[in-house]
Design a protein around this ligand. Structure first.
Ligand code: GRF
Length: 203
């Protein structure tokens, strides 16, 4: 099995999609072993608990500095034997120490077709507001590797979603989740777990 940590900050519908696929036996050799939230009291933590997955809160504020936050994160990931880190609506930026500890082993889901509507400041509804304001007719979601550039790592999977004439940021956000995010994130996770397992088998 390949041990996965899912990092969250909010409602956790992408976490739920991963849990559902795992329960349906569709996450390949991936095993969600840990959920880390950057905020206390979020619904994603309840989803983890209901699924019987260990969870914890690591908040940047409580850590005092970005460096301490990164250190704490790496030490928890390593002590739990985590091999793949999945960012599912995680709103804290990861520092170099975390990225260097998991080269090509951290992935993120972004709710647009990168390189459109991405980078610093493009999160949550803001992404969909920007797409509507620009007037694009197609948007979507992207799963990509995480490096030191926000939304800048290489792309793993993308899926397009059509924009409807009467869309609001909220209806568009929902459709992008339903038609793209909840499918792509588990798919990319399963693909990478397969790769990691093969690497381990060949050692
Ligand atoms: C999703 O739109 C995801 O693409 C973005 O943050 C949102 C998280 O939603 N990175 P949820 O917490 O998974 O419901």
């Amino acid at each position: 099995m390949v041990k996965i940590a899912v990092l969250v900050s909010g409602g956790g519908t992408n976490l739920q999609a991963l849990i559902d696929r795992q329960q349906a036996g569709e996450l390949g050799c991936g095993q969600i072993s840990l959920v880390i939230s950057s905020r206390a009291g979020v619904y994603a933590l309840e989803r983890a608990e209901k699924a019987g997955i260990e969870s914890m809160v690591i908040s940047r504020k409580e850590c005092g500095s970005a460096e301490n936050f990164d250190k704490k994160l790496v030490s928890e990931l390593k002590s739990h034997g985590i091999e793949l880190v999945v960012l599912a609506g995680f709103l804290s930026i990861l520092g170099k120490e975390v990225i260097d500890a998991y080269p090509n082993r951290i992935i993120n889901i972004h709710p647009s077709l990168i390189p459109s509507f991405c980078g610093n400041g493009f999160y949550g509804l803001k992404v969909h507001e920007a797409a509507l304001e620009y007037g694009v007719k197609v948007t979507g979601a992207t799963v990509h590797f995480v490096n030191e550039v926000t939304d800048g790592g290489s792309i793993i999977l993308q899926k397009a979603v059509y924009i409807e004439p009467d869309d609001t940021p909220e209806t568009l956000q929902r459709r992008v989740m339903e038609q793209a995010e909840w499918e792509l994130l588990p798919k990319a996770t399963a693909m990478l777990c397969e790769e990691i397992q093969k690497e381990k088998d060949n050692k």
